[in-house]
Ligand binder design. Sequence first.
Ligand code: PGA
Length: 248
Amino acid sequence: MRRKLVAGNWKMHGTLAENTALLASVVAGAQGLNCDLAVCVPFPYLAQAQLALSGTPVHLGAQNLSEHAKGAYTGEVSASMLKDFACAFVIIGHSERRSLYGETDAMVAAKFVAAQAAGLTPILCVGESLQERESGVTEAVVARQLDAVIAVAGIAAFARAVVAYEPVWAIGTGLTATPAQAQAVHAFIRARLAQHDAIVAAGVVIQYGGSMKPSNAAELLSQPDIDGGLIGGAALVADDFLAICRAA
Ligand code: PGA
């Protein structure tokens, strides 16, 4: 039985003062929830979040990492550094990383492997652009993104990973995939993994991301293959984030 996972992706938002309030509210509201919870914060706030979340049911995550273990990589952050701050999760291959920072499928696969080597659970983001959806290649794009990681990490690695389906056209736009549109791609992702290993596929948590909010969360999360959410904008408002968690 898969347990739902709701993770906040704060992106490049926050201040020490804002985070103190947001983290306190999330922790207070997290008690007694029947799902897993995480917040993925900007690197400089890992220590702050680690302290605030220690001993609570809310897990800590980061939004990116280096594919390298250590060395002369100015400005980069390694998986073991994230472990030092008690991160459990790290987002890999978010569409903003792929489109704005040139992350290729190969880099994403290398980061996935680096995360797992340090004991972090990668949240692997996949998803198509609007143009790709309109030209009917959604499944081909998602398959390519998944296959690139399976080829390098192996299917067994997905027993220790989360997949997030995030249609690029739905991220931060207010446009949400309909529950049926999302479910169709989630089922496709699970089937693609099942071609390699049916047991791993049945167990993997597949989150939806892209303008998930309190008003649409329950319907999305009631779909059979939608196992949680990766939440951007709504994760910055404690009441909204917690309402989504309650829906899960
Ligand atoms: P959004 O972002 O919820 O603001 O659309 C989701 C994401 O990019 O992970």
